[in-house]
Ligand binder design. Structure first.
Ligand code: HSE
Length: 436
């Protein structure tokens, strides 16, 4: 039986899951592949921490170059994360003719073009199923099974940490900071959890999904990105009172020649299927012209689910190697030369309805002042609550608006924020009721 040798860069949470997958089912993998998969080297700067898995002496090194320059290793799994040194190592591995399997969405969202081009020139695969949606096979679904569709939308919940935090705040009324610590303990969060809570991780993933679905290059920095750090358990409670759930959504939509690309906390009707996605689960909805809507859900983070996606890619590359095929499916679903530029729709042109929470001094005339400014900008109020809840001197007033243009809402909120009675900058949350 042929032996296919694999090297692993990065022995953190997901790396540990991958080592477990190699160890748990070697016979199953070999019988599915018709060849033996052998993990021959692991590189990590930390060679001493006990990860709870046994590795043979000599397997672990702190020098990535011993893997990158080993002519016997055909597949490199990159699980270091972040931009550098991951970018340098991946490019070097590609130059050395090695196929890449990575979970690194940050790297691909920023440096994808350079990496995919280098891989195309070298005739090697770059696979990244684990970069989006943890264990959910969404990348291969877009590239292969749904490959004949013209997509009009891709959207969903793409960050397990945020969904876990929002769910716990919703169900238990717990504080944001406490739940985040728990998510970190479970191994869901990025090394820098601000990537999760500020929506950056979600935007990295959305950039990849938009490129894959719409065949476009996306400038990651153009994706409007807002996280969940200002959302309170009270906002989630008010959302519930109005019949909504609060989720951090990634939204990619075609709008004529433009593409909407945005990540932000979003209120969606409680009876939407996305509303029932709780905890660390992710869910991605793809809308194709032939398939119609397809929804894929599963664990969006965590050691084992993400290792499952990594191993699926390793198997796919190994199958190509076994049959002497290379790049059966291009990294972005089409040759790099076919990717087009795209124009991202400016956020101020967005038209939707809004949840607006103002924390104000509890005194006569405040409500009239705020309503007056909203009216001046032609923003119509659908409903309003003033809960009997004081936070020190401040009291919240919450408005739900009818559909309005973001430009007007932003201008009205800026003017309201300047009023003397405002105790804290307003919170604006977009409402989506018309997702396909
Ligand atoms: N930190 C990420 C999440 C891990 O919470 O979803 C998977 O990319």
């Amino acid at each position: 039986m042929q032996n296919i040798k694999v090297g692993l860069l990065g022995f953190g949470t997901i790396g540990t899951g991958v080592v477990r997958a190699f160890q748990k089912n070697p016979g199953l993998l070999a019988s599915r592949l018709g060849a033996r998969l052998e993990l021959v080297r692991i590189a990590d700067l930390d060679t001493t921490t006990d990860r709870g898995v046994q590795v043979a002496p000599g397997l672990l090194t702190d020098d990535a170059h011993t893997l990158l320059n080993d002519p016997e290793i055909q597949i490199i799994i990159e699980l270091i994360g972040g931009y550098e040194p991951a970018r340098t190592f991946v490019l070097q591995a590609i130059r050395n003719g090695k196929h890449i399997v990575t979970a690194n969405k940050a790297l691909l969202a920023k440096h994808g073009e350079e990496i995919f081009r280098a891989a195309e020139e070298a005739g090697v695969n770059v696979m990244f199923e684990a970069a989006v949606g943890g264990g959910i096979p969404v990348i291969s679904a877009i590239k292969e099974n749904l490959g004949a569709n013209d997509f009009s939308a891709v959207y969903g919940i793409l960050n397990g940490t945020c969904n876990y935090v929002l769910t716990r705040m919703d169900e238990e009324g717990e504080d944001f900071a406490d739940v985040l610590v728990e998510a970190q303990r479970h191994g869901y969060a990025e090394a820098d959890p601000t990537f999760d809570v500020e929506g950056i991780d979600t935007a990295h993933k959305l950039a990849l999904l938009i490129s894959l679905c719409f065949g476009t290059k996306v400038d990651f920095d153009q994706i409007y990105t807002e996280g969940i750090s200002r959302v309170t358990a009270l906002d989630i409670e008010y959302a519930r009172d109005f019949g909504y759930k609060l989720k951090l959504l990634a939204i990619g939509k075609r709008d004529g020649e433009q593409i909407e690309a945005r990540v932000h906390p979003t209120m969606i009707p409680a009876n939407y299927s996305l509303s029932s996605i709780s905890g660390v689960f992710n869910s991605i909805r793809l809308v194709g012209d032939f398939s119609g809507p397809v929804m894929l859900s599963g664990y969006g983070a965590g050691m084992l689910a993400t290792a499952s996606a990594v191993m699926g890619d390793v198997l796919a590359v190994a199958r190509d190697l076994r049959t002497n095929t290379s790049i059966r499916v291009p990294a972005m679903g089409c040759p790099q030369s076919q990717l087009k530029s795209c124009t991202i729709k400016p956020m101020d042109q967005l038209v939707t309805s809004y949840y607006l929470r103002f924390n104000v001094k509890d005194q006569p005339g405040v409500l009239a002042q705020i309503a007056g400014i909203l009216g001046k900008y032609d923003i119509s109020i659908e409903s309003m609550i003033q809960p009997h809840r004081h936070e020190a001197e401040a009291v919240p007033i919450v408005f739900m608006t009818h559909v309005a243009e973001e430009r007007s809402v932003a201008a009205a909120v800026a003017e309201i924020n300047r009023l003397d009675v405002i105790q804290e900058e307003a919170l604006l949350i977009r409402i989506e009721e018309n997702l396909e």
